[in-house]
Design a protein. Structure first.
Length: 259
């Protein structure tokens, strides 16, 4: 198992249980105490967990939950993200102009598109890793947006990014987010990225909310949009049931994966 994959799994376990012992992690991953200690220190330095004697505890979202580094984040809920990418692919048709928003869920969708040879698409993205993943596909044209780069997460934002988007048009968007709740809709931890996502929504015909169930019931500080801007939701079947009732009342279509 890769170090980033192991650290992502540790982070998931700490968030699910609230507290986990180092010995439990040693038994689970079949690695040394030194290796687990290094993993916990690395996650603690990213402000993702609290180190405790003999283990680690979770950081409450209201304490300012940090975003994992990209390599770690890629493996957080990776099975759910891959299943969601498979579901999203079903809604993509030949000739689509897609916006693949920044983030590792859209990276998983890019991986799926990369393996599909008989499709012609244009992909607009602010995510360098998404663009890089698609470069070898012979029939996918890539519009990589410019702007100020978030170096640790490989995506761009800022007025220049928004200006480029103003001159574009897309058929479908798969929007990433950090939190989703019923009163406020979708929200984000990074203020500077909000205007980019809002401009993407503005130029797109159909917007898919594209985040796994761990983000539902969470309220990040900065609102992206209300649910009236969302046409469809793709999510795993662990989403809280009150959201499904709300979507049905508002006639927002939702599609659940089994992962």
């Amino acid at each position: 198992m890769l170090r980033a994959e192991r650290q992502a799994r540790i982070l998931q376990l700490v968030r699910e249980k609230g507290y986990i012992q180092s010995d439990e992690l040693i038994d689970l991953f079949k690695v040394s105490h030194v290796t687990i200690r290094r993993d916990l220190i690395a996650l603690s330095r990213q402000n993702l967990i609290h180190l405790e004697h003999g283990g680690a505890t979770s950081i409450d979202y209201l304490e300012g939950l940090a975003e994992p580094l990209y390599d770690t984040k890629l493996f957080v809920n990776s099975d759910k993200k891959i299943a969601m990418a498979e579901m999203a692919f079903k809604f993509i048709v030949d000739g689509d102009i897609l916006i693949l928003d920044s983030g590792t869920t859209n990276f998983r969708l890019a991986q799926k598109l990369k393996t599909t040879k008989n499709i012609r698409l244009t992909v607009i993205t602010s995510d360098i890793m998404v663009a890089k993943e698609l470069t070898t596909h012979p029939h996918i044209s890539i519009i990589l947006l410019g702007g100020i780069m978030r170096k640790s997460y490989f995506n761009v934002y800022g007025p220049f990014t928004e200006s480029i988007l103003s001159n574009l048009k897309a058929t479908k968007m798969f929007i990433g987010f950090d939190g989703a709740n019923i009163p406020r809709g979708l929200s984000l931890n990074i203020l500077e990225e909000v205007p980019v996502k809002q401009k993407m929504i503005e130029i797109c015909d159909h917007v898919f909310a594209f985040g796994d169930s761990s983000k539902y019931g969470i309220e990040a500080p900065y609102q992206i949009c209300g649910w009236e801007k969302i046409h469809e939701v793709i999510v795993d079947n662990a989403i809280p049931k009150n959201f499904l009732s709300y979507f049905e009342d508002r006639k927002i279509e939702y599609f659940l994966t089994r992962s």
